[in-house]
Design a protein around this ligand. Sequence first.
Ligand code: ASP
Length: 324
Amino acid sequence: MMAPSSTRFLPQIAVLGTGGTIAGTATGDPSLPGYTAGVLGVDALIQAVPALGDIAQMQTEQVANVDSKDMSFAVWTRLAERVMHWLAQPQIRACVITHGTDSLEETAYFLSLVVPPDKPVVLTAAMRPATALNADGPQNLLDAVRVALDPDARHIGVVCVLHGVVHAAHDVAKVSTHAIEAFSSGERGPIGEIDGQELRLWRKVPPEAGAPFALPAKDCWPRVELLMNAAGVDGAVVRSLLESRSLQPPLRGLVIAGTGGGTVNRELEAALQEAEARGVAVKVASRVGPVRGGDDDGLSAVKLRVRLLLELAAADATQPSRTD
Ligand code: ASP
């Protein structure tokens, strides 16, 4: 359909909905905290922000409508495919994705590893449901679209825009269960901010952004489990994972949120050595924050797991078949 003449020359953005609190609705009194995430469609989110119509033409797609605690490899695969589909259209300047806050950092980092960085991909979310009297989603969505359109953001890759702050996919993490400013980029800090209508970039996006991995085929995601070192933890869970013959797919990797600078206790370490000896890939991050130095570039445990998933899937894809 031909766009009305007033919008015909506006830049085009693809806005993909995946659910989350930004698409959530309260079941009763909108001033009370109870709500269900992932209810409204992406078109409804856009309609709530009339100012969007003055700056861009939106092409929308509902990729999923889930609470992001339930994010799955199937939704990730579909989302990455659709992002790449839209970005391949010459008229589309960027993709904006609406998402839940709970696993936002994992999805952002995943996309940064599989989507070519030629055009911006901007994720946004909200801490309050769309029906809240003081909903934060509409402003976040407007800010996300502004970042996506900004000429300075052309090579920004995958970022998250929340509460006027621009975070790199590599660094962003949810750090509060309730505060409206729920995200942090830790020691590295955010890469920029939206000041009024303007994007101010404070630093370059980390160089690792840039699609080094192929998207795993639909049913070819390996099993990588995530464990934590803590007082009294021993090697029992690792050993039972190693012994379990019924696990499908079988265990290929373990990521540990270690203590301090990425340490594990002696018993867990012995079990992890056994795992490695049996061909399981083992990576250790820290439950505290980024570990300086080393190969893992200060990644959190959840993001290290994302990278290991993609590394193992890529290794599997080069082998004719796995028999174990
Ligand atoms: N549970 C919600 C989700 O991640 C929380 C949110 O979006 O703030 O989908």
